[in-house]
Design a protein around this ligand. Structure first.
Ligand SMILES: *Cc1c(COP(=O)(O)O)cnc(C)c1O
Length: 381
């Protein structure tokens, strides 16, 4: 057997919808499927406005544009995240303030946020790691008390819920990824969710997305000519990709259930062996309904982590780890951070192992992964 870490799921309708999009002869960013997907997201996840963009990185950049960051403005975020969360702030000239995580979920620890809030703090960027929600009640309460904005990096959390509410719709803005590595994909893609009925903010998001112009209004026939109004960028996704994505979103809950099957298999088998194998499984708080994006567990030290991954690779089972915390990367160090600044982030990120999780994993493959994993873990105790 040869178990890949990732095999993207295709519904079979992707090419049919792409051909349909082509036949409608409008394949740039304001086409039939783009609007169809945006409406789908607005209705299913219940947000005021969804705009498809080329990636979650683009959604984060568009979010940070909307913040109007000025020099020395501060933005709070975890260091245990993908670099796009941080890039979006640096691109607008802001300053990043990293906060340590809760290692049960690897999400930002709300009890460590308040001490980092200053008069310069503009926003908190939360990252819902593995599709499991951060403690949004506490974070929103803090944000309200200090009059700061909450932006959700929900790249991994499309179709996850917190207390019944979809992630990406709880903060002021939410950012989704439809990258091939995520649960619902179109190769490269993303969306920004604008969770306010303030038309000025929605208008501005459309303007920034269309190179700083009111072209979207022209498409809707609300103005006869469009013009350049402010600094913008091109954050528009082709209708071809939207068509591909629509096929995936039609099977949103089927895909989630298939991932749950894999997750539950690992979880139910390994939870009984936690002590014996000296591992710690990820924790899903009761108020969270995740999308099963990642299955991870922690071992007791980095050395063992590396050996386990190596031995699994030898057995043709691809397991991986991530992230190197941003604050101890070369750029993080240039920004003034150093080892020891975020002890929990540094410690847990070195002990984390991710197992393959995707719909096409067969039961026989899962049993093969489990048997070998348990064997390797026993031998490395
Ligand atoms: C994948 C990911 C991103 C980036 O998504 P793209 O669509 O590839 O730009 C950002 N943040 C997190 C937490 C991610 O996992």
């Amino acid at each position: 057997m040869n178990i890949k870490f990732l095999r993207p799921y295709y519904t079979g309708n992707e090419t049919r919808y792409i051909e349909d999009s082509l036949s409608k002869s409008k394949i740039y960013g304001e086409g039939y499927y783009t609007h169809k997907v945006q409406k789908f997201i607005e209705k299913k996840f219940r947000t005021q406005k969804a705009l498809l963009v080329p990636s979650c990185s683009a959604a984060l950049n568009l979010s940070t544009f909307l913040l109007d960051i000025e020099a020395y403005d501060e933005v709070i975020m975890p260091s245990f995240t993908f670099m796009s969360t941080a890039n979006s702030v640096l691109l607008r000239g802001g300053k990043i303030v990293f906060v340590d995580i809760d290692t049960n979920t690897m999400n930002i620890d709300p009890s460590k946020i308040e001490e980092k809030i200053t008069s310069k703090t503009k926003a908190i960027y939360v990252v819902h790691y593995a599709g499991v929600s951060c403690d949004m009640d506490k974070i929103k309460m803090l944000a309200k008390a200090h009059n700061i904005v909450v932006i959700e990096d929900a790249a991994q959390a499309v179709n996850s819920k917190y207390k019944g509410q979809y992630l990406g719709t709880i903060g002021d803005l939410g950012c989704y990824s439809f990258h091939e590595t995520k649960n619902y994909n179109c190769g490269e893609g993303g969306a920004i969710l604008i969770n306010t009925n303030n038309v000025n903010i929605i208008d501005r998001a459309e303007i920034i997305r269309e190179k700083g112009t009111n072209k979207s209004k022209k498409f809707r026939g609300e103005v006869t000519t469009y013009t350049w109004l402010e600094i913008g960028d091109s954050f528009v996704m082709s209708d071809i990709l939207s068509a591909f994505l629509y096929a995936q979103l039609e099977e949103l809950d089927t895909i989630k259930l298939e991932r749950k099957r894999v997750f539950d298999f690992y979880y139910n088998n390994l939870i009984k062996l936690e002590n014996e194998l000296n591992i710690k499984l990820q924790y899903i708080p009761e108020e969270c309904d995740p999308n099963y994006h990642i299955f991870f567990f922690l071992v007791d030290n980095k050395h063992r982590r590396n050996i386990v991954i190596e031995k699994l690779t030898d057995l043709n089972i691809e397991a991986t780890f991530h992230y190197v915390p941003l604050h101890i990367t070369p750029l993080g160090k240039k920004l003034g951070y150093k080892e020891g600044d975020l002890p929990k982030t540094e410690d847990a990120s070195q002990r984390l192992i991710r197992l393959p999780i995707y719909p096409s994993l067969k039961d026989i493959e899962l049993q093969f992964i489990l048997d070998n994993l348990v064997d390797v873990l026993k031998k490395t105790l």
